[in-house]
Design a protein around this ligand. Structure first.
Ligand SMILES: C[S@@+](CC[C@H](N)C(=O)[O-])C[C@H]1O[C@@H](n2cnc3c(N)ncnc32)[C@H](O)[C@@H]1O
Length: 269
């Protein structure tokens, strides 16, 4: 009886240990298939990468996207890869390309990586993995950061641009999203000398709601975020500006004179 209990305890300890190990080092969500070199470069071009960017490739494989970001665009690059051998291959490739100083490769599950430092994220995963990653991208990346995915989209978060690229063996589809600033809420607004209240609803980069001005409630018929840039149409008015936290600064006016007046807003709820 005592022996049985000991065996059961041992089995439980092994099972718990495995669960902990699996939580720390889960298996890959997608297997390694490399993006052709020319297509990697197009992904970085689509994101308009410059030397000011920090490019994270999530599921970085042999490191080619990260190496290209550093070597061809002067950016800093971070690869996140769950396969230890591929991490080693990537570090060797970075050394060979002379970009060790500007690149880092993390042996890590991409779902635990802190993305706050990234200004560009590149992906070649799968549509269901993209969907699981979507809330993390929206929560951790600053407005205006770019996400480029090779071949897989993000469900109802529609891309800001789609580009088809011819590879060595087939056509590839690249998707670009800009992380939209978060603007839902009630904003006290001034357009020139006029006071107004802006009530905004938001679904990713698409905005709706109302503008209450001069005792009238105008529906927002077109509303869009492009990173931190906001544009709205309500009644005959066109407004555009830049969002910074709870403040908007821009210009607005009648459609024919869309920059006639200063437009400022403060979020109050
Ligand atoms: C299709 S390959 C893309 C490689 C590279 N990004 C490219 O475009 O050439 C996907 C890579 O993601 C890695 N991977 C899969 N699940 C992962 C996870 N949860 N965390 C980190 N890497 C992962 C795989 O090992 C594989 O190398």
């Amino acid at each position: 009886m005592r022996r049985r209990a000991a065996v059961l305890t041992l089995l439980l300890a092994v099972a718990t240990g495995c669960a902990e190990l699996r939580a720390r080092f889960p298996g890959p969500d997608v297997l390694f298939i490399a993006t052709p070199e020319g297509v990697s470069v197009e992904m970085l071009r689509l994101a308009a990468v410059t030397a000011r960017d920090v490019v994270f490739d999530l599921g970085s494989g042999d490191g080619r996207v990260v190496v290209a970001a550093a070597r061809d665009f002067g950016a800093r690059g971070v690869g996140v890869e769950i396969d230890a051998d591929l991490v080693k291959t990537s570090r060797d490739a970075a050394y060979g390309a002379g970009v060790t100083e500007r690149t880092r490769f993390l042996w890590q599950d991409l779902f635990v990586t802190d993305l706050h430092e990234a200004t560009v994220v590149t992906l070649y995963l799968r549509d269901d993995v993209n969907l699981r990653l979507r809330p993390k991208l929206l929560a951790e990346l600053a407005p205006g950061s770019r996400v480029v995915s090779h071949d897989f989209d993000m469900g109802d978060w529609k891309p800001d641009r789609v580009q088809r690229v011819r590879g060595p063996n087939r056509n590839h589809t690249l998707y670009l999203w800009l992380i939209p600033a978060s603007v839902a809420g009630v904003w006290r607004t001034r357009l020139g000398e006029r006071e107004a209240v802006l009530n905004l609803t938001q679904r990713y980069q698409t905005l709706g709601g109302t503008l209450s001005l001069d005792g009238r409630e105008l529906a927002i018929t077109e509303g869009r975020m492009a990173g931190d840039q906001i544009s709205l149409t309500a009644g005959g008015l066109v407004l555009s500006g830049r969002v910074s936290g709870d403040a908007i600064e821009g210009r607005g006016g009648e459609r024919a004179d869309a920059t006639a007046s200063a437009w400022t807003s403060r979020r109050i709820r």
